[in-house]
Design a protein around this ligand. Structure first.
Ligand code: XIL
Length: 588
């Protein structure tokens, strides 16, 4: 009896430990994350490529964030029909089962491809590769066509409606000058007929299924024209193609969003439904934040085109499970945690770090031993209601782009002091003098835009420096010093400023550096428009865009004060194309 109890106790202890480990590492975390499939449910399905491994190791992320899966390799010809007439559906069936248990759709990838297909498909009765033969006979063609049709029949009839869409043909268009990829055995043996055979057979086997042509770089000008032409010709002949799959193996740089969007509209204009089928955004040479911005812009564009885009699939769950692993192209990192790219697409109208702070925390408050004593979400709090003692706090860690303001009175009333991250915070003093606090994001907009501007020369043209129009400028050419001032029409806490100088103009060649850029200048701030204080003093500048963070300074008016308009002694012409001020309103 005793023994039994002991054994049972140990067993429950192990279970509890397992549960705790599970919950702290993956389970609890994932379930707290905003669900991407929920966020995008009114726009399009959100899919992910899975494989035998990630279906187990990344199951929680897959279930929480996605409502569609694609087998990364397990439904390709080499996986399903390694040798003739020996279909093996075991891995693929597990995926379909997983999807059905979790209410997800399955996109099939892919029936006909030149790659990941065993070459028995293309061998004749004497085991010779047909596409290498000098003369391909009608008999050879009939044999290969039958195998192609048998494969489609075998696979599609096995899955039935469980796989709702298929990439019937993958990557048939050439990267060179012709329409068809010349090195595809299907093309070499059957000519362009192979596309018609494939789509017609697929439609015949199961008319319920949406049939896609899928390819990479189809959004690039070099490949788009011939892809459109090929599809148009097939559609004109009545070949049942319902959708265009854009693989979407992108990078942080490369095509502009406008170019990708234009391509999407061109395929949609053929009457095709659009799926982004294999999305990833390689970040080699860029930061995670730059990758996040690219993801944000792409998803913003997808939403704009959700009348034609019905599905977006990421090609892998996290960077440790990506075919482009070195380029860290996915939404989740090697630790399976959300990257800035994930937070960027949570709400494409906000910076990634604002989304992150709103779902996790915006501030961590630490004591002198480095221990976190409190965490705060964005919002307003009275000190009396905090579940920790502010007097113990000696360091503040704010999420990027956030600040914390302490107010003399409750409910954010009265005088305030403001902080970003600091290891030098006197919690005891602040606690003694204040009654409430606000944690918030620094506003990311340019608050100088279209505000009233004045200047000591060419005052009537001062507005050109704040019109948001990079071409127009305020350009005095007289006796320095020159100044231009802006009334922000309210009190702001300034966090950054930028000035676009002469070198940014088209005439100056839009260079990064130039001696014609203002050399010596200062940014000044004022609360009354009369008493000015320097907040940034610059000497010997040659950069065309000067862009600098500011140490949270309060201002109603800002002034750019230029003492040396160029680096050349004889040239007194200043060119200010845009003066930008970033800050958070304090009046609320
Ligand atoms: C890739 C898989 O991700 C890899 O695991 C595999 O080794 C090669 O194929 N275009 C496609 C996908 O259509 O099938 C490819 O998937 C990536 C490029």
């Amino acid at each position: 009896m005793m023994k039994k109890t002991k054994g049972f106790a140990r067993f429950t202890l192990i279970l509890t430990l397992m549960f705790m480990l599970g919950s702290s590492s993956v389970l609890a975390d994932v379930s707290k994350q905003p669900s991407l499939k929920e966020i995008y449910k009114d726009y399009f399905d959100l899919g992910v490529a899975v494989n035998n491994r990630t279906l187990v190791t990344h199951a929680e992320i897959i279930k929480h964030h996605f409502n569609s899966i694609t087998a990364e390799n397990e439904m390709k010809p080499e996986a399903l029909q390694r040798t003739a007439r020996n279909f093996d559906f075991s891995s693929a069936d597990r995926m379909v089962e997983f999807a059905q248990e979790n209410g997800m759709k399955v996109r099939g990838h892919t029936l006909v491809w030149h790659a990941q297909t065993r070459d028995w498909f293309w061998r004749d009765g004497r085991n010779q590769l047909i596409y290498e033969k000098d003369e391909i006979t009608a008999e050879d063609r009939a044999l290969v066509q039958r195998r192609l049709e048998d494969h489609i029949e075998g696979v599609m009839s096995h899955f039935g409606d469980a796989v709702y869409a298929w990439d019937v043909v993958n990557e048939a268009v050439s990267d060179g000058g012709t329409i068809h990829r010349p090195d595809s055995p299907w093309y070499m043996i059957l000519g362009d007929e192979f596309m018609k055979i494939a789509f017609r057979k697929a439609h015949e086997v199961n008319p319920n299924i949406i049939l896609f042509y899928n390819d990479y770089n189809s959004d690039h000008g070099y490949k788009r024209g011939r892809t459109l032409q090929m599809l148009q010709e097939l559609l004109d002949e009545g070949v049942p193609i319902h959708g265009m799959g854009l693989q979407g193996h992108w990078s942080v740089d490369g095509l502009t969003i406008a170019e990708i969007e234009r391509s999407i509209r061109m395929y949609a204009d053929l009457g095709l439904e659009i799926h982004i089928t294999e999305m990833d955004v390689g970040m080699t040479g860029f930061t995670e934040e730059e990758q996040a911005e690219r993801y944000r812009q792409l998803f913003e564009m997808f939403k704009r085109n959700s009348d034609v885009i019905t599905s977006v699939t990421l090609w892998g769950v996290s960077d440790d499970a990506s075919w482009r692993g070195d380029e860290n192209p996915l939404l989740f990192g090697r630790d399976h945690q959300p990257k800035p790219a994930f937070w960027a697409i949570v709400d494409t109208d906000k910076p990634w770090y604002v989304n992150k702070a709103e779902y996790t925390k915006a501030a961590v408050l630490k004591d002198s031993t480095g221990q976190a004593v409190g965490e705060l979400m964005p919002g307003t709090f009275n000190l009396a209601d905090l579940d920790f003692d502010l007097a113990e706090v000696t360091a503040l860690e704010l999420e990027k782009g956030h600040l914390i303001s302490f107010y003399a009175e409750e409910n954010a009333q009265g005088d305030a002091v403001h902080f970003v991250s600091t290891k030098d915070f006197d919690g005891a003093a602040v606690a003694a003098q204040t009654k409430s606090l606000v944690v918030r994001a620094v506003q990311a907009d340019n608050i100088a835009l279209n505000k009233p501007a004045d200047a000591n020369f060419l005052a009537d043209r001062a507005g050109r420096a704040v019109d948001g129009e990079p071409v127009s400028s305020w350009a005095p050419n007289a006796e320095p010093p020159y100044w231009i001032s802006i009334d922000l029409e309210g009190t702001y806490l300034l966090s950054r400023w930028a000035v676009r100088l002469q070198g940014t103009s088209v005439l100056a060649g839009q260079v990064e550096e130039s001696p014609l850029n203002a050399a010596d200048f200062a940014l000044q701030v004022s609360l009354d428009g009369e008493n000015w204080q320097d907040v940034d003093v610059v000497e010997g500048n040659i950069k065309s865009v000067y862009d600098k963070d500011l140490n949270l300074v309060e201002a109603r008016y800002v002034r750019l004060y230029v003492t040396k308009p160029t680096s050349l002694d004889h040239n007194q012409r200043l060119g200010v194309h845009e003066l930008e001020i970033y800050g958070t309103p304090l009046a609320d």
